[in-house]
Design a protein. Structure first.
Lengths: 115, 111
């Protein structure tokens, strides 16, 4: 599968612990997005990278959340001091630089459960 | 504020029946609308976008700016159409594809 890859697929953690997720976009894509999806809701935008630059962050992204894309390739999303409300599916997507609104390809997501 | 509304959580039809999944949006700018589909145990994938004006897997959707709607239609549903369908709005003024999703409609097609 040469699509967007996310690791791990599932993560169960205790409240207060830190977690980190990884996203590997499609190789030629310079744009990378993180979304969060809670039960019964559609995905909600969290943040966007163009190459290594983080160009937009949603107000949903509290101070406990940090995302990086150090070399403009893979990205990590870290959640510090997890809370039960952080339980969700975290989706990564990527798209190419061709045009302004090209298709975003999604990964299969990382399901986080905070107990 | 930008918003996408999908009023039906579940739509259940029999094979061969027509299908219409409703989507309404709220956006002051020029909208770009999409339908995404998620089949069981698969990733979210683009089904169609309004600027393409094409039919994918027999589905079509027409943007109606007067009614601010982008309903998804198929004249004859198939069992393999059973999936979760999300309507999404791209905010054109952001310079990138920032998507606002609706809450989704689960389509169940019975034999």
């Amino acid at each position: 599968d040469t699509g967007v890859s996310q690791d791990p697929r599932h993560k169960i953690t205790k409240r207060g612990q830190n977690v980190t997720f990884r996203c590997d976009p499609i190789s030629e894509h310079n744009r990378l997005y993180w979304y969060r999806q809670t039960l019964g809701q559609g995905p909600e935008f969290l943040t966007y990278f163009q190459n290594e630059a983080q160009l937009e962050k949603s107000r949903l992204l509290s101070d406990r959340f940090s995302a990086e894309r150090p070399k403009g390739s893979f990205s990590t999303l870290e959640i510090q001091r997890t809370e039960q409300g952080d339980s969700a599916m975290y989706l990564c997507a990527s798209s190419s630089r061709q045009g302004r609104n090209t298709e975003a390809f999604f990964g299969q997501g990382t399901r986080l459960t905070v107990v | 504020a930008q918003r996408v509304t999908q009023p039906e959580k579940l739509l259940s039809v029999f094979k061969g029946a027509p299908v219409e999944l409703k989507c309404n949006y709220s956006y002051s700018g020029s909208p770009e609308l999409f339908w995404y589909v998620q089949y069981s145990r698969q990733r979210l994938q683009l089904l169609l976008r309004h600027i393409s004006r094409e039919s994918i897997k027999g589905f079509t959707a027409d943007l109606n700016k007067g009614e601010t709607s982008f309903h998804l239609k198929k004249p004859f549903a198939q069992e393999e159409d059973s999936a979760m369908y999300y309507c999404a709005l791209s905010l054109m003024n952001t310079g990138f594809q920032k998507l606002v999703f609706g809450t989704g409609t689960r389509l169940l097609v019975s034999p």
